[in-house]
Design a binder for this molecule. Structure first.
Ligand SMILES: CC(C)(COP(=O)(O)OP(=O)(O)OC[C@H]1O[C@@H](n2cnc3c(N)ncnc32)[C@H](O)[C@@H]1OP(=O)(O)O)[C@@H](O)C(=O)NCCC(=O)NCCS
Length: 212
């Protein structure tokens, strides 16, 4: 009867988010989102945060299974070199495997996806393994919370889905999380609203799937 409630209602949850949303409403040009493919050249732009491993550009959690004695003691140059090697190999053998989202030129979002053979960490998830016919979204991430719930995650995910459809991929899967919006690719609810279903259930990390 009353239609969909305005989005700002959700932002009244905390004063900070409400004020931030009002600022955005006052200047539409701030919503200038650009999503580009991830390359060896722009990996350096992947957004940063303040705890280890500080950015997706240093993180090889999905790509390398070997345990390191003290990951936090590693040199950033070694970490990014390992990531660049992985990125170069996957791009050469399989094609584009990631996206960066920029807001007015500022990198705020990161996504990474590939077939299972490039993401061996999948074996650690009880609801796995991902299907042979699927591309796995290993990471979808907007590190700074003030940029969340503005529809940018939706845009990132849509750009991945559109690309994978154009590349005639069969399906996309991800390990989403129940009861928590963090790690590894976001909450179950986000994927349900984007047409995914729970393909193999788990108490914490169900495998979710969308046929393309
Ligand atoms: C998953 C993620 C990218 C979603 O990005 P986002 O920009 O906040 O999502 P959107 O604003 O596009 O949300 C679209 C819809 O999904 C659903 N949704 C998104 N986040 C949700 C949450 N935390 N709880 C419930 N539903 C949620 C809602 O239906 C939302 O629509 P609404 O805001 O109009 O209600 C973001 O939550 C994130 O970065 N999470 C952390 C993931 C992580 O830790 N990755 C680490 C990799 S190492």
């Amino acid at each position: 009867m009353f239609g969909t409630p305005p989005k700002w209602l959700a932002w009244t949850k905390t004063p900070d988010t409400f004020i931030h949303y009002l600022e955005l409403l006052q200047d539409d040009t701030k919503m200038n989102i650009e999503i580009v493919n991830l390359t060896q050249e722009n990996l350096i732009d992947a957004p940063e945060w303040f705890t280890h491993p500080f950015s997706c550009k240093y993180c090889t959690y999905w790509e390398c299974l070997e345990e390191r004695a003290d990951p936090a003691a590693e040199e950033k140059s070694d970490m990014i070199r390992r990531k660049l090697e992985w990125l170069g190999r996957v791009r050469n053998e399989w094609g584009n495997c990631g996206k960066i989202a920029y807001w007015d030129g500022q990198p705020i979002g990161y996504a990474q996806y590939a077939p299972l053979r490039y993401l061996p960490r999948s074996v650690d998830y009880d609801s796995g393994p991902p299907s042979d016919d699927a591309v796995l979204i290993s990471c979808l991430f907007i590190p700074q919370k003030q940029f969340r719930r503005l529809g940018i995650g939706n845009q990132l995910l849509r750009s991945i889905i559109d690309e994978l459809k154009e590349r005639h991929q069969e399906a996309v899967e991800t390990f989403a999380r129940k009861g928590n919006p963090d790690n590894p690719s976001g909450p179950v609810e986000f994927y349900l609203t984007n047409g995914f279903h729970i393909y193999r259930d788990d108490k914490e990390f169900p495998l979710m799937r969308l046929d393309l």
